[in-house]
Design a protein around this ligand. Sequence first.
Ligand SMILES: [Zn+2]
Ligand SMILES: [Zn+2]
Length: 349
Amino acid sequence: MLAYTYIEQGKFELLEKQRPQIKDSRDAIVRVTLSSICTSDLHIKHGSVPRALPGITVGHEMVGIVEEIGIDVGSVKPGDRVTVNVETFCGECFFCRRGYVNNCTDPDGGWALGCRIDGGQAEYVRVPYADRGLNRIPDTVSDEQALFVGDVLATGFWASRISEISREDTVLIIGAGPTGVCTLLCTLLKHPKRIIVCEKSPERIRFIQEYYPEVEVTTPEDCKNFVLQNSEHGGADVVLEVAGGADTFRLAWDCARPNAIITIVALYDKPQLLPLPDMYGKNLIFKTGGVDGCDCAEILRLIEEGKIDTTPLITHRFPLKDIGKAYHIFENKLDGVIKVAIISKVGHL
Ligand SMILES: [Zn+2]
Ligand SMILES: [Zn+2]
């Protein structure tokens, strides 16, 4: 089968590999129908994910059809259309039992797929702990509608869940990339009084204005003033930092009112400064990523009910054989790209 592979720093290649086999009684083999490219894949390519193993098949955002299951898999059966969770988790350890599945203590726990074990930018993928890692897609939900459930949408859902958003709140979301938009969609479900999105790219600002006209939009330069003018208590009640830019961490806490919750969803390339003397007396509450991806069933239900629709994010589609071109466009942000769908097999589009 074809599998997009991490060769060495700066180099991914489409290779012919053996189809994955069941290794453990809790594994499932999934025939991938659609996968996507995530910014984290680029982090691997650029060598900034030290635990990523050369030779690994990349890709951790995908949907497919269950091909084969181990004898201890009970929640899915061959033929089921499923989402695949970015995170591998046992469901039984100290952290899993508390919902902190990102910190699962299993050796493959956390983000392993497409990083430490072979991922899904391929024709088939082996999913460990399939009862936790796979969710059946409702019949009325298409593969494209479900494509982001296991990763960027799970992240947006988790971020808005832990941010304790109420109906009186002014919520600031910094960054309108794919994860920022998913965070926005999930924040809209909480019905806060006001949502302000801060984004620097004119293309992405236009996207937000076109699809989510009820949301206010500002730029990093104007953000602080805009938030002050459009909030009641000297800043945003909740800030979600999804940009991961050079100055966006500072912007996040600077735009927050005293006692605000600031949720850091972004993954930074560099350490960030926490200037406690400047923050003294602001009594801020910081929450940090990565995602605890254990809400996929609920997210699929919300999609089925028409409450979440991420299909506008899919701006480009490529067959797996052309994945190199897809990476080129995604990596260089060409042609108005937001997300790319990689078509591995003819699925249920
Ligand atoms: Zn990702
Ligand atoms: Zn666990």
